[in-house]
Design a protein around this ligand. Structure first.
Ligand SMILES: Nc1ncnc2c1ncn2[C@@H]1O[C@H](COP(=O)(O)OP(=O)(O)O)[C@@H](O)[C@H]1O
Ligand SMILES: [Mg+2]
Length: 378
């Protein structure tokens, strides 16, 4: 090929620990390469911050933050970070497990929209990965099909891996609307098509911002279309803030989905973040109900996500009887559409009540003791 050769290709880095073979991806911040680790006789993926950006303090600290955030996450559906640091020439790098497969965007472009049976387990796995991040106080902020990878692992197809925590934990100030496009390189913080309304407005983000992005991803995976029709990125940003998403059953002629899918998506796409599912685990739980063909989402108990994590690992439709859906209680759903709020409200007062009763006992005890003392003194 007559393209100018990438300076990293063919290079040995870190005293020959890794041999960079080929480029497998590139984005605003740098490039991702496939590399050989001879000592372990395995392939790895190495992400290197663009040397041109190495003097940008903000980007350097962002890259470091990505490495640090990811290296603390252990969920099987989050890409594993093996090592990170600085190369001999000062370039920053992250060494990750090498994933064999394609990202979700490449997959949908090559194979077309997915069936519910294929798309839901992928999003359930990604949501479960996000649950761990959310619990650790990490918001991804740049969820989009390019950042969800479908790998083959242990004989399984569609093993989802969440990538690219490059925007995780960006401070609020950096997310002001005026700074959405931050560099001349045209780097965009957050991706307009998948951006939550609050992200589009530069407001403080909660995990529910990631839920909104996951819902847009699911919508696109199932229909090949986005829930809004816009001509340019700025228009998308505006529509996220103001427009009602197009009902999924009106998006693809001749294709209908179960009504529960739309109720779940509508809730996940609520303009007000507090009306959405609050975390990855809760969203995975709701998607599991759709996958199981339930008429409603059973009540979600905080912490429940820790169990379905394992169930969702073999979530690809391939292996025998493995159930990708969260092991939701099978009791008939008698929930309101907001089981989370109901259960939280149910729990907090009961703790308050216990404290109240304890205090009351103490007061009564003290009064009685005083009375007894008085009587004794007399
Ligand atoms: N560990 C990996 N194994 C295989 N391919 C990967 C890996 N990490 C990233 N990629 C590929 O490179 C692309 C860009 O990686 P990403 O981490 O999203 O970087 P960027 O910050 O440039 O968007 C991904 O969409 C994916 O196709
Ligand atoms: Mg990316």
């Amino acid at each position: 090929m007559a393209r100018p050769q990438d300076p990293f290709i063919g290079r040995d880095i870190l005293n020959g620990q890794f041999q960079i073979l080929q480029k497998i991806g590139s984005g605003g911040m740098g490039s991702v390469y496939k590399a050989l680790q001879p000592a372990m006789n395995r392939m790895v993926a190495v992400k290197i911050l663009h040397p041109k950006l190495a003097n940008r303090k903000d980007l350097v600290s962002r890259f470091r933050r990505e490495a640090r955030a990811m290296s603390h996450l252990t969920h099987p559906n989050t890409v594993k970070v093996l090592l990170y640091g600085e190369l001999e020439d000062g370039s920053l790098y992250i060494v990750m497990e090498y994933l064999d497969g394609k990202n979700l965007n490449q997959t949908v472009r090559a194979e077309g929209p997915m069936t519910l049976e294929r798309g839901l387990p992928i999003l359930i796995q990604a949501s479960n990965a996000l649950e761990e991040a959310h619990r650790a106080g990490i918001i991804h902020r740049d969820l989009k099909p390019e950042n969800i990878f479908l790998s083959q692992q242990g004989g399984m197809k569609d093993y989802a891996k969440v990538l690219d925590f490059g925007l995780a934990k960006v401070t609020e100030r950096e997310m002001r609307p005026g700074s959405i496009i931050l560099t001349q390189e045209g780097m965009v913080f957050g991706t307009p098509e998948f951006m939550s309304p609050e992200q589009a407005q530069g407001k403080t983000l909660t995990p529910a911002s990631d839920i909104y992005s996951l819902a847009i991803i699911l919508y696109e995976v199932l229909t090949g279309k986005l829930p809004f029709e816009a001509k340019n990125p700025m228009e998308y940003i505006q529509l996220h803030v103001t427009a009602k998403p197009k009902p999924i059953n009106e998006r693809v002629p001749g294709r209908t989905f179960p009504p529960l899918l739309w109720s779940v998506l509508e809730k996940a796409l609520a303009k007000k973040s507090e009306e959405r599912y609050a975390s990855g685990g809760e969203f995975a739980h709701a998607l599991g109900a759709v996958l199981n063909g339930l008429p409603h989402v059973p009540p979600y108990e905080n912490g429940q996500a820790m169990r379905p994590v394992m169930a969702s690992v073999p979530g690809a439709p391939q292996p025998p009887a493995a159930q990708p859906a969260p092991a939701a209680p099978t009791a008939p759903p008698r929930s309101s559409p907001l089981p989370r709020l109901a259960s939280r409200r149910g729990k907090q007062p009961s703790v308050g009540l216990l404290v109240g009763v304890a205090v009351a006992f103490l007061v009564v005890g003290a009064v009685l003791a005083a009375l007894v003392m008085k009587l004794v003194m007399k």
